[in-house]
Design a protein around this ligand. Structure first.
Ligand code: CP
Length: 309
């Protein structure tokens, strides 16, 4: 029989959880996916739980997905956005959070531009902390919903080949995906320009390719990442046009391979840069299924962590 409880009180990163934790989250998410497809999508599981969503950095998918997951579980929800808060007047992170917690908050979902900010909080406060993306460090719920979506398509991920394309250097999604997929026994390759691939990434047990066609030939799933246009003031690539020419994935390239590859993207997509619209919107793409699965996976995480209070 598998685990019935998580090994941890917080979800700070995939690095800190076990394969059994991941499998328990998936099995619980299977049940919640059934729930959110019912006419009445709500269950009373977290009726006595108050959750604060603290977003110190922009988000569309993650913020809405967490809020929906919390409401589907009947939790009380408070939303905080740094841009409209007293952080603007110089309040520290710890003071902000302590003030929110004094209002009897049980769980905190936090996105922050500083790597390690959720871990810092976990050392200072009693609530369960969920990392919703911390700088270039980790984005664990994205990796879990990505792997859950791959499992839906391919079954057990043991031995399956997953290639991650794009800006690996700046990507918390890439790092969390690598940790998650390796724990599940998948083979992982990263592919992009040498300047956007960390030098020692091979130490994480991944293959490296600088050739998109070769990587596509190798993989069952292509998880394509956003080129972080906001970080291109330093010249990691000569131009966006050149990136698209050498590393963009389009229909002509996929058609030339004569094989079916599952296309994924965590969003937001730069259409016509890393992915052409005819691929993003094609039958090979499961991008919107990823978003749908995000709610069920986040419900599972909240539900299981609430049990650790
Ligand atoms: N995938 C993801 O984290 O998207 P958002 O930045 O919109 O939350």
């Amino acid at each position: 029989m598998g685990a019935t409880q998580l090994s941890t009180k917080h979800l700070l990163g995939i690095k800190y959880i076990t394969k059994e934790d991941i499998q328990l989250i998936f099995e619980t998410a299977d049940n919640f996916k059934e729930v959110i497809n019912r006419p009445i999508k709500k269950v009373p599981s977290l009726r006595d739980v108050t959750i604060a969503n603290l977003f110190f950095e922009n988000s569309t998918r993650t913020r809405i997905s967490f809020e929906l997951a919390e409401k589907r579980l009947s939790a009380d929800v408070v939303n905080f956005s740094a841009s409209s808060s007293s952080v603007k007047k110089g309040e520290t992170l710890l003071d902000t959070v302590n003030n929110i917690l004094s209002m009897k908050v049980d769980m905190v979902v936090m996105r922050h531009p500083a790597p390690g900010a959720p871990s810092f909080l976990a050392q200072h406060i009693d609530a369960n902390i969920i990392n919703a993306g911390d700088g270039t460090h980790e984005h664990p719920t994205q990796a879990l919903l990505d792997a859950f979506s791959m499992r839906e398509q391919l079954g057990d991920l043991e031995g399956k080949r997953i290639a991650i394309f794009g800006d690996i250097l700046h990507s918390r999604v890439a790092l969390s995906n690598i940790f998650c997929l390796k724990k599940l026994g998948a083979e992982v390759m990263v592919c992009g320009p040498p300047t956007l691939i960390p030098k020692h990434i091979g130490e994480l047990g991944v293959e490296v390719s600088y050739n998109v066609k070769e990587a596509l030939k190798w993989c069952d799933v292509a998880n394509v990442l956003r080129i972080q246009l906001e970080r291109q003031d330093i010249k990691y690539i000569p131009s966006i046009r050149e990136y698209t020419q050498y590393f963009g994935i389009n229909k002509a390239l996929l058609d030339s391979l004569n094989k079916k590859i599952i296309i994924m993207h965590p969003g937001p997509i730069n259409r016509g840069v890393e992915l052409s619209s005819d691929v993003a919107d094609s039958e090979h793409s499961i991008i919107l299924q990823q978003v749908e699965n995000g709610v069920a996976v986040r419900m599972a995480i909240l539900f299981l962590l609430a049990d650790k209070r």
